[in-house]
Design a binder for this molecule. Structure first.
Ligand code: HEC
Ligand code: HEC
Length: 343
């Protein structure tokens, strides 16, 4: 009897995958808050892959000292600021809802609205190199790029390709139905953030080496205006679920209103400018509604795209997208997957 059931189950599984009606994402869900990624301490030196993974880990956690703008070898100066990947992708890229790298190996290549094309994981790494790190792209065949991608391959060990990842990207806030208020954000910033990030957002340098103890949130050594973190809803989602340092998505300290206003304060500040941003999102309706730079397809002014209220923009973009049958309209374009709250 048991065997019959097993056979039936196998047949069913075969039929459902074979018929292609159930997408792979519905078959495997990995909850990154329960998942244990591999431990870097267990890697040996003997094999070339392990060696490259370790270099990738060093590049990710100690970026400024490895490929920052002030390293001794000019050929290695790839990043344009002294941030580390880990300053945003917390815990070496393993913290849920801090845009973790765990499992992303199996999510690429993927279509991305920003490029209007299918990106490889290397393209995506270079996206952060040119924007979050305000630097230049790594060559595909460079040891640095191979190290980054090996690190991500290794961090993704055991996560099925194409799995639905809970805890990937950021977790959206519940968005107030008003524009963000940078003046109110400034007050909360002074109370909650400035002790570490500094009263003028420029951070605190590390005692040794080139990086930061507390990274800057704006100013000349920060991410540029083409970076995901320069968008209000991304910054608010990130801040609420990861800051002040030690907060997590399941134990946030900021309210949605506070996160929204602090993010408004952060995006109102000066930061490096990326050239050619008009080339982003060639399908204009796919531009995230909180992108601070035009052109836009919806007729709303840049000011509202920057600070909200976003509800009216979202509604209009939805309407235009339905009329023109545009997929993925209005972002948020947070990597390969949105948080559950964003759906
Ligand atoms: C106790 C110190 C501390 C406090 C308070 C704090 N942060 Fe941070 N923050 C950090 C550190 C340290 C990092 C980098 C984390 C790492 O490298 O592991 C960071 C990273 C960040 C980042 C990403 C990196 C960057 O440079 O953009 C943002 C954004 C951020 N913090 C925003 C905030 C906001 C907003 C607040 C107030 C609500 C805040 N932080 C409060 C310590 C702090
Ligand atoms: C200032 C913050 C910041 C820094 C520093 C940063 N990133 Fe990112 N990264 C983000 C944000 C925000 C996203 C997702 C949102 C988006 O795509 O707009 C992201 C997404 C990614 C993704 C795609 C993740 C996914 O879920 O698909 C990869 C890969 C990545 N970053 C690699 C890197 C690497 C490598 C570095 C260092 C060289 C780096 N990032 C530095 C903020 C940062």
């Amino acid at each position: 009897m048991k065997r019959v059931w097993l056979l039936a189950a196998l047949l069913l599984a075969g039929v459902s995958t074979g018929s292609n009606r159930i997408p792979a994402t519905e078959l495997f869900t990995v909850d990154l808050s329960q998942w244990k990624p591999p431990d870097i301490g267990t890697l040996g030196d003997e094999d070339p892959f392990g060696e490259l993974v370790k270099y990738g880990h060093a590049l990710f956690t100690n970026t400024a000292n490895e490929i920052g703008p002030a390293v001794p070898d000019p050929a290695k100066r790839f990043a344009g600021n002294n941030l580390a990947c880990q300053n945003c992708h917390l815990q070496a890229g393993t913290q849920p809802y801090a845009m973790p790298m765990v499992g992303i190996w199996g999510q690429f290549p993927q279509y991305r609205g920003r490029e209007g094309a299918v990106d490889t994981i290397e393209d995506r790494i270079n996206g952060c190199m040119e924007r979050s790190m305000n630097g230049r792209a790594l060559a595909l065949e460079s040891r640095e790029m191979k190290a980054f991608s090996s690190y991500m391959r290794w961090l993704s060990t055991g996560v099925p390709a194409g799995a639905k990842l809970l805890g990937a990207g950021t977790l959206q806030i519940k968005e107030p139905e008003r524009a963000a208020d940078p003046a109110r954000g400034e007050k909360v910033y002074a109370q909650v953030c400035s002790a570490c990030h500094g009263p003028n957002g420029s951070g605190v340098r590390a005692q040794d080496g080139l990086g930061y103890q507390f990274p800057p949130l704006w100013g000349p050594d920060s991410f540029n205006n083409g970076a995901g973190m320069s968008r209000l809803l991304t910054a608010a989602a990130y801040a609420k679920h990861n800051m002040p340092l030690g907060a997590r998505f399941d134990a946030p300290l900021l309210s949605d209103e506070e996160a929204y206003d602090i993010a408004g304060y952060i995006v109102s500040q000066a930061r490096p400018k990326k050239l050619d941003l008009d080339k982003d999102y060639p399908v204009r309706l796919q531009k995230p509604i909180d992108a601070s730079y035009g052109p836009y397809a919806d007729g709303f002014p840049a000011e509202q795209h920057k600070f909200g209220p976003f509800g009216p923009i979202r509604a209009k973009v939805k309407e235009l997208a339905a009329a023109s049958r545009t997929a993925n309209a209005g972002g948020p374009d947070n990597g390969s997957h949105q948080s559950e709250a964003a759906k």
